[in-house]
Design a protein around this ligand. Structure first.
Ligand code: PMP
Length: 301
């Protein structure tokens, strides 16, 4: 088996063998980026593999699709059920699910309406995207798009060109990841993650006018407040403010929680308790996704 592969893919009501998936090169999404997607994780729990916050991801997928006027001929419940079946059919225990909906054939003008719509869901084992060791971050010259450029709460394919550019730039400079500011110079997010800072008992995160409101972010904000007794503050964060913070971490589905070691020149390494609280939050989150915290069982499907 190749490094990224599994047995079956779901393609418009049919489960087909992985190697039979194919698509014509003249298609709207490939040429204009008219595609929406999700990235969902499932984990081996004491009661089977369970998919974390599946319904919320599928609801966000349908919302993203509505931004492009896609008329999906399935319900949220249908797709939740398909994802559960796909995990079972593939005999996977602990990895990723990627639903993608895209405009396809018969229409190559810019307006995709009347182009055929394709809905494909794959699942595959993959490496952990970032380590849980603290990472070094570069403040990118590229910006998270202004909300008047597009609908930033939706997960549209073409935004990710900024993610790819900023990641490449950071990587060429010897950093693990990039941090994007918004067009007003406030901290926005990483190319594919939300960001949190910790100061004493406060957890501070960008307010959200330009970020993707992450499902991991939402989960963290809930349990740190309810169970770990932090104050959650959503606000604008200027770059010059971040040296006041004790710790920082990224959050997203794929890498869960990744502590940050340094941001460009600002180095938390000087502080001997680097990432202590971030790692506690990460452990708490891992217990939830691995089905070890009964309070959050309703987040597992
Ligand atoms: N921001 C962006 C741009 C993303 O692509 C993602 C990952 N989908 C996130 C934030 C984090 O979202 P989530 O926690 O729902 O994975």
């Amino acid at each position: 088996m190749a490094w990224i592969e599994s047995k079956f893919i779901w393609d418009n009501w049919k489960f087909i063998p992985w190697e039979q998936s194919q698509i014509h090169t003249v298609n709207h999404a490939l040429h204009y980026g008219t595609s929406v997607f999700e990235w969902i994780r499932f984990y081996q729990t004491p009661k089977w593999p369970k998919i974390f916050r599946l319904k919320d991801h599928i609801k966000r997928l349908f919302f993203s699709a509505s931004v492009l006027d896609m008329e999906i001929p399935y319900s949220v419940e249908d797709i939740v059920d398909v994802c559960i079946q796909l995990v079972k059919k593939n005999w996977l225990e602990n990895w990723y699910i990627r639903p993608i909906v895209f405009y396809w054939y018969w229409k190559m003008g810019l307006d995709p309406i009347w182009a055929d719509l394709d809905f494909v869901i794959s699942a595959w084992p993959w490496w952990k995207y970032l380590s849980s060791d603290p990472i070094k971050v570069w403040v990118s010259k590229f910006r998270r798009l202004h909300p008047q450029t597009a609908v930033m709460e939706a997960k549209l394919w073409w935004y990710y060109i900024t993610s790819a550019l900023s990641h490449r730039d950071a990587s060429k400079r010897g950093f693990d990841e990039a941090l994007l500011l918004d067009t007003e110079w406030f901290v926005a997010e990483w190319p594919g993650e939300n960001i949190f800072f910790i100061q004493w008992n406060n957890i501070i995160t960008p307010a959200g006018w330009t970020i993707l409101p992450g499902i991991t972010r939402d989960s963290i904000m809930k349990f740190v407040q309810d169970d770990l007794k932090y104050n959650v503050i959503q606000t604008d964060i200027a770059l010059e403010d971040i040296s006041n913070f004790d710790e920082a971490f990224f959050s997203w589905t794929a890498a869960e929680i990744t502590p940050i070691w340094s941001i460009t020149d600002l180095d938390w390494n000087k502080v001997d308790y680097v990432s202590k609280k971030s790692l506690e939050i990460w452990k708490y989150y891992m217990d939830i996704v691995n089905g070890k915290n009964p309070k959050y069982e309703n987040w597992l499907y």
